[in-house]
Design a protein around this ligand. Structure first.
Ligand code: FCB
Length: 521
């Protein structure tokens, strides 16, 4: 596959071009004709018959994914400590619109109502995260019982609704006190995290059986310590490498801590993954795409499976810089019971081993990555870009349904058919209540996004991939990190002025899919 440089553009260029496209569409009969049969002309679109014939296995777990900081609000209640995301959003200039997660969807108080809505949508699996500073306000020491009581009630409410509780132990809200001790580059955090994981499993492990340590460990290290896009906003590749190693160690230690505290526990992951396609057929670009896959997709998976990091680097892995010590292999080694990962979009990767290194790189939101003028860093030496060959969602991600098929089949093949869970997948569109339709929310573009992506997932399952769950991101519109409230990923609309929830058309549609295991509903 060959890709044109021009496909990689940033969000502003996209907005300008899509306005031009809309203007053109009104004039051009060719565009009108093709809109009658989108699959015929939209790059990457999945043909209707494939969608109509798609089926999911009996007992497939239709789920949703959420995260504490994005949903809960109640940022300083019941003894909760400050997190790095509280500090970040309270710093002027960091978040679009200057908003915070102080209240967000107020799910800390409204969870019973939200779980009732999830039940109404036939949700079978609810992936949520626990806020570490609610449990240990400074990241160490005795647990705060009020924090534990909250999650205990939360889990009970899910079980009463017949929904499987799925716990991410860390979805980015590190206790600020631990950042003050050096953050993830400080290797001691692996032990603090294992203590925290043990506390969770001891108090909740009689009811939660599905655990993952980190949401997107690569992003925790890279966005926070190398790209500087997320808190603590550092821009040091050395700090990134050290942080990554602490996360690898913490993953192994937490696995053992959870298993020691709960005999019912199963342990997996919530990795971000994007299938990587080489920009050209050259050996160099192919090798660069392999390095991308090793670094961004399976770095922590390989660590757990094999007790060593995959070769994501040009030359030997910089183990010294990472702070790797003799015996660390044994700490890393902790093969997961199942493999969980997200799918949003894909990457096109090219070799940058002959280019200079420029720190940073363009990141927008959590998933968009685009060419920096030089290679991403002095070790991995590739350039990764999100192509724009397919159309983009309103949140700016390329729609490329085939990516989930390529990714799932690759992981399935490479790891000998493990049990897989899709931990997140979804799209941002801003549709709101239509007053002429009594407040209904006809978000047809989101339905179309899921139809195509799920059709491709069902194709991977039909070919033998053992995928048992899919978690749509997300149940309800929430705080989209540094983009504030400017992106809406929910199946349910949140009116942030009064906390009213309205099920979108996509939510009703997903409920029918969950009830029938088919997409033509
Ligand atoms: C993922 C994050 C999730 C949400 C979605 C849109 O990268 O895990 O919290 O922000 O992107």
């Amino acid at each position: 596959m060959e890709f044109n440089e021009e496909y990689a553009m940033d969000r502003r260029e996209f907005a300008a071009r899509s306005l031009a496209a809309v203007a053109g569409a009104a004039l051009s009969p060719a565009v009108y004709a093709s809109s009658q049969n989108p699959a015929a002309s939209v790059p990457g679109a999945i043909p209707e018959p494939v969608i109509k014939n798609a089926r999911f296995p009996e007992g497939f777990l239709w789920g949703v994914g959420t995260a504490s900081y994005q949903n809960e609000g109640a940022w300083n209640e019941d003894g909760k400590g400050e997190s790095i995301w509280d500090r970040f959003t309270h710093t002027p200039g960091k978040v679009r619109g200057g908003v915070t997660g102080d209240v967000s969807c107020d799910q800390y108080h409204l969870f019973a109502q939200d779980i009732a809505l999830a039940r109404k949508l036939n949700i079978k699996s609810y992936r949520f995260s626990i806020s570490w500073p609610r449990i240990q306000p400074t990241g160490v020491g005795a647990p705060n019982m009020k924090g534990l009581d909250h999650y205990s009630r939360f889990v009970d409410t899910l079980l009463e609704a017949g929904i499987r509780p799925w716990c991410t132990m860390y979805h980015w809200d590190l206790p600020q006190a631990l950042e003050d001790r050096g953050g993830w580059p400080n290797r001691e955090l692996a032990n603090y995290f294992a203590d925290y994981a043990g506390i969770l499993a001891k108090h909740l492990g009689d009811r939660i059986t599905v655990w993952a340590p980190f949401n997107m460990p690569w992003a925790i290290a890279f966005m926070g310590y190398a790209a500087g896009a997320f808190p603590p906003c550092r821009t040091s590749f050395t700090d990134f490498l050290k942080a990554a190693h602490t996360l690898g160690l913490a993953q192994g230690e937490a696995h053992r801590a959870v298993k020691a505290a709960s005999s019912k526990a199963t342990f997996g992951s919530a990795y971000e993954m994007a299938p990587a396609y080489p920009r050209t057929d050259s050996d160099e670009d192919r090798a660069a795409a392999d390095r991308y896959h090793a670094m961004n997709n399976v770095f922590f998976l390989e660590a757990a499976m094999k007790g060593r990091y995959p070769n994501a680097f040009v030359g030997e892995p910089p183990l010294d810089v990472m702070g790797f010590k003799a015996g660390d292999e044994k700490i890393l080694y902790a093969p997961p019971d199942w493999i969980g990962f997200h799918y949003y979009t894909r990457r096109v990767v090219s070799d940058a081993s002959k280019e200079g290194f420029q720190s940073g790189g363009k990141f927008s939101g959590t998933e968009i990555e685009n060419n920096s003028p030089g290679g991403r860093d002095p070790y991995t030496r590739f350039r990764a870009a999100m192509p724009t060959e397919g159309p983009l969602t309103e949140a700016g991600l390329e729609i490329w349904p085939r990516g989930i098929y390529d990714l799932v089949t690759k992981i399935s093949r490479d790891y000998d058919h493990p049990t897989i869970e899709i931990t997140e997948s979804g799209c941002g569109y801003l549709d709101g209540p239509d007053e002429e339709q009594h407040g209904r929310i006809p978000d047809t573009r989101r339905i179309q996004w899921y139809r195509q992506t799920l059709a491709e997932l069902s194709r991977a399952i039909a070919e033998g991939a053992r995928v048992r769950a899919f978690h749509a991101w997300t149940l309800l519109d929430n705080l989209e990190w540094a983009n504030g409230y400017t992106e809406r990923y929910g199946l349910i609309y949140t009116d942030f002025r009064n906390q009213r929830r309205t099920i979108k058309d996509s939510g009703y549609w997903y409920g029918r899919v969950a009830a029938s295991n088919r997409l033509d509903v």
